[in-house]
Design a protein around this ligand. Structure first.
Ligand SMILES: *Cc1c(COP(=O)(O)O)cnc(C)c1O
Length: 356
């Protein structure tokens, strides 16, 4: 039976990426070697790295003055690298979920990390608005998509101080005005590649202003200077990212995928709103994520949660269990998820409603 992959991360990749990766595992760029056994200093891999970085630049329309890097350590390492490299004494954090909370926690190790607003009071089910940001902070940190609770900041906010964003779960899902950000980071395993690599886009002029000592491996300037080859980069994950980016470019880029993502999300939110058995966890359509769509059983139908999980599983749905801190269900609708999978979930919900 066809599986519909709704996992939150690692998550579905385009069939194109899987096919090209299989080819590369057998014979990488006509080298006669597998991508798994090639030197990162080989001319074939250097070409792959350069092309991957150009694709990132092209797809996100990155202006001059920005550097693009691929590092290890996941988005979680960026929680610490950001304050280490960029926070003099004070920083500002918008706390919209579990990942934002973790990022905020690391910044506290380096000084005063101000929480400008939080949506914790309602289990992170909305995006706070209308908060002041201290003008003397080194930067303002946001998490554009809240992977666990299903909220998203779909517009690039204005900020009077340098803006930094964790875009792990919505990068490449829509056009981004990179010029509004000083630094963007994203773990690859949601919308780009298998786990193992993190994309960083940084405005070069904000670096090098710190008085503190930064360990070599944790200093962005090390990796800029060495073009992401200071040490062995995650070769395989970068190769896979190149395939996903090529796929995205071929289908028309981030504007084209945004349209598809909006249609997929609308299809599912409409059904959640219509179906008497389910309720959304995020009410304001403006705050609803287009990437992670969360819903729970409506009151009076709680006992149907496990039966629905079983029924959906029997229909080929995989990875729709909600995060343990929310419960219910979460369908991740990343770029690579076909509309047919969303339709299949909607049909499953309708059928379950008819049966119950
Ligand atoms: C998944 C995720 C992370 C954590 O990524 P790792 O690569 O596992 O460290 C951080 N932030 C957001 C928004 C995420 O979705």
């Amino acid at each position: 039976m066809k599986k519909h992959n709704f996992f939150a991360g690692p998550s579905i990749l385009p069939q194109y990426t899987l096919d090209k990766t299989i080819e590369g595992i057998k014979d990488f760029a006509g080298s006669g070697l597998s991508v798994l056994e090639i030197s990162h200093r080989s001319k074939e891999f250097i070409a792959c790295m350069n092309d991957t970085i150009s694709l990132v630049r092209e797809l996100l329309d990155i202006p001059a003055g920005y550097q693009v890097m691929f590092l290890g350590g996941g988005a979680s390492l960026q929680f610490a690298m950001v304050p280490m490299n960029l926070m003099e004494k004070k920083s500002a954090y918008l706390v919209t979920g579990e990942w934002a909370t973790k990022a905020h926690k690391e910044a506290k190790l380096y000084g005063e990390a101000v929480e400008v607003a939080s949506s914790k009071d309602r289990n992170f089910s909305y995006i706070p608005k209308g908060y002041p940001v201290p003008s003397d902070a080194s930067y303002f940190h946001i998490t554009t998509n809240n992977t666990i609770y299903g909220t998203e900041m779909k517009k690039d906010p204005d900020s009077a101080i340098p803006l930094i964003a964790d875009m792990s779960s919505d990068i490449f899902s829509r056009p981004v005005d990179v010029s509004k950000y000083s630094l963007i980071y994203a773990g690859a395993q949601k919308n780009l590649a298998p786990a193992g690599v993190t994309l960083i886009i940084v405005k070069e002029e904000i670096l090098g202003k710190m008085t503190r000592q930064i360990p070599t491996m944790l200093d962005y300037r090390t990796h800029i200077k060495a073009e992401s080859m200071f040490n062995t980069p995650p070769v395989f994950a970068i190769f896979a990212a190149q395939q996903t980016l090529q796929w995205l470019k071929d289908m028309g880029g981030v504007k084209a995928i945004q349209k598809k993502n909006m249609e997929k999300a609308q299809l599912l939110y409409d059904e959640i709103d219509r179906n008497k058995l389910f309720v959304p966890t995020v009410n304001d359509p403006e705050d609803r994520s287009l990437m992670n769509i969360c819903f729970v059983m409506a009151s009076g139908y709680k006992e149907l949660e496990q039966p629905f999980a079983d029924f959906a599983k029997s229909r080929g749905m995989v990875g729709i269990a909600g995060h343990r801190s929310v419960g219910g269900f979460r369908a991740s609708t990343y770029n690579a998820l076909p509309r047919e999978s969303v339709q299949a979930l909607v049909d499953t919900m309708k059928e379950f409603e008819r049966n119950n």
